[in-house]
Design a protein around this ligand. Structure first.
Ligand code: FAD
Length: 326
């Protein structure tokens, strides 16, 4: 696929950000300011999360639409299989495609909080790889049904990303070896690249990449990095993902003189992590922003990945078939 080739062949690290839809109308202007700040470093794409059980279907779509219409940014919509039939997913994907979206992050999702084990919708999908397959089928059918869609699709091929878990997926109890098997299945279903869950040690990322390559996974695996400036947030992420925050990092942040000192310490630690994965061959970095721009931009500046230091391509004039995640 062109987008798979593109992420791999990029001659400088890709930069991307994760955003979530505003939780209430009051949060929208703040998010929009953040988006404008993030846009200044010309990221390759921004991904927009999909709330558990499809709770944010409307707000995710609204944010994606606004990004497409009012910014130069290249959005990727997260999608999950939770509580949704195959037919409903097909409708949701169709809505996004009608907006002009060409990129998805296909996830299985976790069971709702009142449900301990994963159970697919009776007419739904079991795994992320089935969702990747469905996305490819939907696109193929739209191209077959509409010649003009087929022409457009040749210019902007559908790009499908998937998740990878450097420390195994704690939410499903899966080991890293199981995750590598699942990643291979997602690649075989047509995934273009993967984005990882958070991790705090470059060796976790380099380890899963090595195991994945050994198993036959060839798609780019982009490390997902959280700027580590806020210990309370790190502990919430640990609770949510099961990825343990190293004590050393918490001690480093906890012994800071004040908030500014803590911020600088956190950024330095994140810069070390970014340098570790890039030195190990990572194709780029995907930053979990929590809808805040300061830490993400300071991290990029510290790692010399901000707009000033890199030759950021003009996305609008980039040949479509070499743009990552288009
Ligand atoms: P799958 O790859 O389907 O894996 C699910 C389980 O099945 C795993 O245990 C896996 O090992 C097993 N499995 C599947 N196929 C195989 C196979 N062929 N062989 C062996 N084992 C297999 N959640 C949300 O609700 N909304 C979001 O927006 C969201 N965004 C995310 C973004 C990123 C980058 C990441 C890393 C996670 C995100 N999540 C999100 C969380 C994600 O939905 C959960 O972590 C979920 O538990 C796993 O989804 P998956 O896509 O990896 O599932």
């Amino acid at each position: 696929s062109p987008s798979r080739r593109a992420v791999a062949a990029n001659d400088r690290p890709t930069i991307s950000f994760e955003l979530f839809p505003p939780r209430n109308p009051d949060a929208a202007p703040r998010l929009w300011n953040t988006i404008q700040q993030l846009e200044t470093v010309k990221p390759d794409f921004v991904s927009v999360t999909y709330g558990a059980s499809g709770k944010t279907r409307v707000t995710t779509r609204a944010l994606v639409r606004r990004l497409l219409r009012e910014t130069s940014l290249n959005p990727i919509a997260h999608l999950t299989c939770v509580g949704t039939s195959r037919e409903e997913i097909t409708t949701i994907v169709g809505e996004f495609l009608d907006e002009g979206l060409r990129s998805f992050l296909a996830l299985r999702g976790d069971p709702p909080t009142d449900q301990s084990d994963w159970a697919a919708h009776p007419d739904g999908l079991q795994t992320a790889s089935e969702l990747v397959e469905l996305l490819r089928d939907i696109e193929a059918k739209r191209c077959a049904d509409s010649p003009s869609q087929a022409v457009r699709a040749r210019v902007r091929p559908l790009s499908v990303a998937v998740a990878a878990f450097p420390r195994g997926n704690h939410a499903t109890g899966g080991t890293r070896a199981q995750d590598v098997a699942s990643l291979l299945a997602k690649q075989e279903a047509g995934a273009d690249f993967a984005i990882t869950q958070v991790f705090f040690d470059a060796d976790d990322y380099l380890g899963i990449v090595a195991e994945a390559r050994e198993a036959g996974v060839t798609i780019p695996i982009i490390p997902g990095i959280i700027p580590t400036t806020d210990p309370a947030r790190l502990l919430r992420v640990q609770e949510l993902t099961g990825v343990p925050v190293p004590h050393d990092l918490l001690d480093l942040l906890g012994s800071a003189d004040d908030e500014l000192d803590r911020h600088h310490r956190g950024i330095r630690a994140s810069v070390d992590l970014v340098n570790g994965v890039l030195d190990g061959g990572a194709p780029g970095v995907h930053l979990y922003t929590f809808n805040q721009h300061h830490a993400a931009l300071d991290l990029l500046e510290g790692a010399h990945l901000d707009g000033g230091a890199r030759t950021a391509p003009d996305l609008a004039s980039w040949p479509q078939d070499t743009a990552p995640a288009r």
